[in-house]
Ligand binder design. Structure first.
Ligand SMILES: Cc1cc2nc3c(=O)[nH]c(=O)nc-3n(C[C@H](O)[C@H](O)[C@H](O)COP(=O)(O)OP(=O)(O)OC[C@H]3O[C@@H](n4cnc5c(N)ncnc54)[C@H](O)[C@@H]3O)c2cc1C
Length: 329
């Protein structure tokens, strides 16, 4: 069954991070532009949090249209408020597809919004293709990455999906490129937002989003405890990365659960993945399939991780990492 590409085009959700666009937005603009060109339809970007200063940037990175919401209750993210904004966008602009970054915020917003709009949601997409004239095929790993599922949203509704960060090349900026700006008004009452932000603090280094990190240093049971993870944190900081770990490391409380990588944890796609004291169990490695370069440090030369690593270092991490940090310093 073919869905008609509506004139509403491809839309992306432009998440912000402080005063800037979130890095995943440039990747969404990259893939969104490609799809819009293939379908000969416009590319739109939804900016929910009233940051007009970012509109020009969205145009320069490929958006033909930007829809900005102007409501004081949207100046800060809330699931309820932003769900209503997405619902409004879909009603007004009738997108053919809406792409949302698979960040912490995107993974919170997308299922709620999809349920509200009464459409399906394909999570963790790593590729898209256009089939026939108007069918968007959303591709994501399934059954523990043993196969790639090709999912099509049927019916007269928006194809909604989250996109795995790090999978698509960011869009390239064209200085001076302009598009059409829509100001969207929204009826939203304070009572509709059921959560209240009591206090906010700048993100601690260790809570940065693992899914978007360019460098991840991860530890497993071989790290032996929290002190070992402090050493890994030190290396992460030197490399501008984020620390993660295996399920047993999380189960032992050496890292928080949101830092757990693998089949039942986070799926990551960094440029560089450094695995310390990790055996390389299939359930863990399913989470790092998108890593461009895997470096394994393990004291056991027969550890299975060496079969998939690009670089293998047979060493005790407690001796190797301090030397590496020394070199970096
Ligand atoms: C249904 C299911 C889902 C699962 N989901 C996940 C998941 O999402 N993520 C996940 O990670 N696991 C998951 N697991 C668990 C997984 O099967 C493995 O048990 C786990 O990944 C192993 O963790 P590890 O590598 O930290 O520990 P181990 O397998 O114990 O490996 C420790 C490694 O450290 C090395 N080592 C020891 N000392 C040192 C040292 N000083 N220096 C360097 N190397 C050293 C050892 O040689 C060894 O290779 C799942 C399991 C099941 C059944």
């Amino acid at each position: 069954m073919e869905t008609e590409a509506k004139t509403g085009g491809i839309w992306i959700y432009a998440q912000t991070q402080g005063e800037k666009l979130h890095p995943v937005v440039y990747e969404l603009l990259g893939v969104g532009r490609r799809l819009a060109d293939e379908l000969s339809c416009p590319l739109g970007a939804m900016l929910a949090d009233c940051r007009e200063a970012l509109v020009e940037e969205l145009f320069e990175y490929g958006a033909d249209e930007v829809c900005i919401f102007e409501h004081s209750l949207l100046s800060q993210y809330s699931t309820d408020g932003y769900t209503k904004a997405v619902e409004q966008l879909v009603r007004e602009r009738q997108p053919f597809a809406l792409l949302i970054g698979g960040t912490d915020q995107g993974r919170d917003l997308a299922p709620r919004a999809a349920a509200r709009i009464k459409t399906g949601l394909t999570v963790d997409c790593i590729e898209f293709k256009i089939e026939g004239k108007h069918t968007l095929c959303q591709i994501r790993p399934a059954f523990g990455s043993r196969l790639m599922a090709e999912i099509v949203t049927v019916g007269n509704t928006v194809s909604m999906c989250t996109v795995r960060p790090g999978m698509f090349a960011p869009a390239v900026s064209v200085a001076g490129r302009r598009g059409k700006l829509w100001h969207c008004s929204l009826e939203l009452l304070p009572s509709e937002i059921r959560t209240r932000v009591v206090e906010s603090e700048p993100e601690e280094y260790e809570h940065r989003d693992l899914a978007c990190a360019r460098v991840v240093v991860a530890g497993g049971m071989g790290v032996g405890g929290r002190e070992g993870f402090e050493l890994l944190d030190k290396l992460s900081k030197h490399l501008g990365g984020v620390t993660g770990g295996t399920r047993p490391a999380a189960a032992n409380g050496w890292i928080s659960h949101e830092k757990m990588i693998g089949q039942t944890g986070r799926i990551i796609a960094p440029e560089l993945y450094i695995a310390c004291g990790i055996s390389g169990a299939v359930q863990h490695m399913l989470g790092v399939g998108g890593a461009k370069c895997v470096v394994a440090i393990n004291s056991n030369p027969d550890a299975p991780i060496f079969e998939t690593a690009d670089y293998g270092i047979v060493a005790d991490y407690r001796q190797f990492i301090p030397k590496l940090i020394e070199e970096l310093e």
